[in-house]
Design a protein around this ligand. Structure first.
Ligand SMILES: *[C@@H]1O[C@H](CO)[C@@H](O)[C@H](O)[C@H]1NC(C)=O
Ligand SMILES: *[C@@H]1O[C@H](CO)[C@@H](O)[C@H](O)[C@H]1NC(C)=O
Ligand SMILES: *[C@@H]1O[C@H](CO)[C@@H](O)[C@H](O)[C@H]1NC(C)=O
Ligand SMILES: *[C@@H]1O[C@H](CO)[C@@H](O)[C@H](O)[C@H]1NC(C)=O
Length: 504
């Protein structure tokens, strides 16, 4: 009976092109699957942060990642003074790649704290920005709940000054090759920037600021309501759009298939109402390919640093992150589930070499033969150039080029070799999701967030509670007065940077 009505429903959808397409479950990530089915990125932070991304094993042993039943938690190390590359954190990337479909995240808690820059995003694995990037949730420098462990450890906080801004509303954004733009559409959010070209506006991308009319969608206030649901309907090849909805944990009218993280039946976005963000991009169909899904918690870095003081955070970012471990007690993601539904019920491809189909492999073999043929000539040529290239003058030029590239456009040259760049799991020279380019770049040879690599986090701690060494993440104080949320959205960050006199 049920099967029968499902068929009727599906065929009904097929007959009416006005109705939203139906999708089947392709992946449901809960608990340990965030450890097993994600790669943990361990290279240098592409965004110049004071952060040391660690492996699953290390994160698990340090209690930074753990799972219990369907819950998965990944956070920043919060017991020790940081050394080396920076404070330990996690950046994870799905091994599976997805294309059009419905992505539903049930988020219980997002990282907050001075110097903390978390994001939930999807991106092309190679050659960024070709293939695109979708930043769903992102924030920086959100303050912890008043009187929580993290709050108490955040001493010398300057008077909050951002309570007149909308720090409790997320900004989602797209970053693409040139020519992709968004225009007004049916949604509750508002367009902040309409050009998605990653090479313009310091890679601000095209961004849509959510309305917070029904519930805060980011930061401390999101955590105080125990999070909520982010649902994205990526329909680039179909209707030519990417639509994102957000429901706070306690709002009325959350669709059953959203609320129930165990729902794996057929699904469509037909009855979800007006989206928070509606990126209508019929001319950008070629700008989005198969994406990996990423969660990461950067510390300091381009975006964070540019907005650090404006939020009232004390001293300088790196120094604060180094010396105040307890201030990171709330710098963690707690995920209840992540479901991805696709038209076929299959993932699009796998990240890395496994993802190469037979056609691609054949192409590689042919390419390799061709490469061998020319290698000899190239070797000879390079050999001749080498001396000139390593002269002090030449090195100077190269450094200057990196500086220029990263300065104006935020697109910087990764420190890796050209071949590294081509194969980087992530776009080299990319900014993090949502990130906003910082006019003043702090890091010298930087890489962009996506750059280099990026697969990050994940973890499994199988934990139990007992084994966890993670400092107690004090539960948010529910009764805390709605402290001004000081999280900056990407857009706010931009204002801070480009509008003199705005902050503080
Ligand atoms: C929504 O944001 C505005 C600032 O834009 C703020 O004044 C208001 O308090 C926020 N609403 C809620 C429910 O937090
Ligand atoms: C997005 O906006 C366009 C233009 O207003 C509208 O036609 C479309 O139905 C909207 N999409 C959704 C999912 O609401
Ligand atoms: C795991 O979850 C169960 C059910 O929510 C809870 O009772 C238990 O305390 C949790 N264990 C740990 C170690 O957090
Ligand atoms: C924080 O703690 C102080 C000292 O105990 C108390 O006076 C104040 O009311 C608390 N504030 C909140 C928002 O709980």
């Amino acid at each position: 009976m049920v099967r029968c009505s499902t068929l009727l429903l599906v065929s009904g959808l097929g007959l009416s092109s006005a109705m939203a397409q139906s999708y089947k479950i392709a992946k449901r990530y809960v608990g340990q699957s965030f450890a097993d089915e994600f790669d943990y990125f361990t290279k240098d932070d592409p965004t110049n942060g004071y952060v040391n991304y660690v492996s699953l094993e290390e994160a698990t042993s340090k209690g930074m990642v753990s799972y219990n039943g369907s819950k998965f938690t990944m956070g920043v190390e919060a017991t020790s003074t940081a050394t080396g590359r920076g404070r330990d954190s996690v950046r994870i990337t799905s091994k599976a790649k997805f294309n059009d479909g419905i992505y539903i995240l049930d988020l219980e808690h997002m990282p907050v704290g001075c110097g903390t820059w978390p994001a939930y995003w999807t991106t092309t694995e190679h050659h960024w920005p070709r293939g695109g990037e979708i930043d769903i949730l992102e924030g920086a420098n959100a303050l912890p709940v008043i009187n929580s462990t993290a709050w108490t450890a955040t001493t010398n906080l300057k008077s909050p000054t951002l309570n007149t801004l909308p720090p409790n509303a997320d900004t989602s954004s797209l970053h693409t090759n040139p020519k992709c733009v968004i225009s007004s559409s049916t949604m509750t959010g508002t367009i902040k920037t309409n050009t998605c070209d990653a090479k313009l506006n310091n890679n601000a991308g095209c961004g849509i600021l959510y309305s917070n009319a029904s519930a805060p969608s980011i930061g401390l206030q999101l955590n105080q309501q125990n999070g909520g649901w982010y649902a994205m309907w990526r329909d680039v090849q179909g209707s030519g759009g990417i639509y994102i909805w957000f429901w706070g944990r306690n709002v009325a009218g959350v669709p059953d298939e959203i609320r129930d993280g165990s729902f794996t039946g057929d699904i469509s976005a037909a009855n979800w109402g007006v989206p928070a963000a509606n990126f209508t991009i019929p001319d950008c169909k070629k700008d989005f390919n198969d994406h990996v899904i990423t969660f990461n918690i950067a510390l300091c870095g381009d975006y964070t640093t540019s907005t650090y003081s404006a939020t009232g955070c004390p001293g300088t970012c790196a120094s604060f992150v180094m010396n105040n471990p307890l201030a990171f007690a709330d710098a963690y993601f707690e995920l209840n589930s992540l479901r991805v539904f696709t038209a076929t019920g299959q993932i699009a491809s796998m990240a890395g070499p496994e993802g190469l189909g037979a056609g691609a492999i054949a192409g590689i073999v042919v390419g390799a033969v061709a490469a061998l043929v020319v290698a000899g000539g190239v070797w000879w040529f390079l050999r001749r150039r080498r001396q000139a290239k390593t002269s002090p003058e030449a090195l100077n030029l190269a450094a200057r080029r990196r500086h220029d590239e990263s300065g104006g456009s935020v697109i910087s040259t990764a420190s890796g070799s050209e071949s590294d760049k081509a194969d980087a799991p992530y776009p080299v020279g990319v900014l993090l999701p949502g990130e906003t380019p910082t006019p003043r770049k702090s890091a010298p040879a930087s890489k962009s967030r996506n750059a280099g690599s990026s697969k990050a986090q994940g973890r499994p701690v199988g934990s139990s509670a007992s084994g966890s060494r993670r400092p107690s993440r004090a539960p948010p104080v529910p009764s805390a007065a709605p402290s001004p949320a000081f999280a900056l959205t990407a857009d706010e960050a931009k204002k801070a940077k480009f509008r003199p006199g705005w902050a503080v």
